[in-house]
Design a protein. Structure first.
Ligand code: PRP
Ligand code: URA
Length: 208
């Protein structure tokens, strides 16, 4: 479990409680998804390599550092979209490759319907973003797709997980670092995280 990182940052925990509330309407919900995603992305990128560079200030040259790795973000459609937009705001050089997966409501198995990865892997670090890690089926399928594509270093960034999803993902892909705001109690009979926040896609896009 040393690859599972659950944030203890006070701002993450404060915003997560607001996000969970059934009183939080879609506009506020999207804002909170964006803010928490940025805080978690900050935690997930502590190990990014830097390269030295020189920057010219109005008073002369200064030693600086720049991110030396090519980072790719893979939002799982559709609920991952809000998180990927948040990441692009703070690291505008990221490549964004959309993965369309939905969970079949009967079987809870992931179904792939869209894959925008280029033919050759052209990034050093791949970060899958999806707010909910429930059974783990979608996350495992996304990592499978990235590994088949040739991705070497993969992280998963989510907001809330069920213990079942964490276990499934770590057992299938023990080399993937997982960053979360919370691990909740359990999944209900319909595969929803309890207490969770409900359906992350519906709550972002007002389709509940
Ligand atoms: C949700 C969520 C994950 C998936 C998690 O998406 O955003 O992608 O379920 O469940 P799992 O861990 O059991 O696979 P959903 O299938 O509801 O699609 P949507 O984002 O289009 O609403
Ligand atoms: N997807 C969601 O959006 N919420 C859950 O609780 C589980 C899967």
């Amino acid at each position: 479990m040393d690859r599972v990182h659950v944030s203890t940052h006070p701002l993450v925990l404060h915003k997560l409680a607001l996000l969970r509330s059934e009183q939080t309407e879609p506009k506020k919900f999207r804002e909170l998804v964006r803010e928490i995603a940025q805080l978690l992305f900050y935690e997930a990128t502590q190990d990014l390599s830097l390269a030295p560079m020189t920057v010219q200030t109005p008073l002369g040259p200064a030693d600086g550092q720049e991110v030396a790795e090519r980072v790719g973000i893979m939002p799982i459609l559709r609920a991952g979209l809000g998180m990927s937009e948040a990441v692009v705001e703070i690291l505008p050089t990221v490549h964004v490759w959309h993965l369309g997966l939905y969970r079949d409501h009967e079987t809870l198995q992931p179904v792939t319907y869209y894959n925008k990865l280029p033919a050759q892997p052209d990034i050093d670090l791949s970060i899958i973003v999806d707010p909910m890690l429930a059974t783990g089926g979608s996350a495992v399928a996304a990592v499978d797709i990235l590994k088949d594509w040739g991705a070497k270093r993969i992280k998963f960034l989510g907001l809330i997980a069920a213990p079942e999803g964490v276990r499934t993902l770590t057992e299938a892909h023990p080399d993937v670092d997982i960053y979360l705001a919370a691990i909740d109690s359990h999944l209900n009979a319909r595969g929803y995280i309890v207490p969770g926040l409900g359906d992350a896609g519906d709550r972002q896009f007002g389709t509940g």
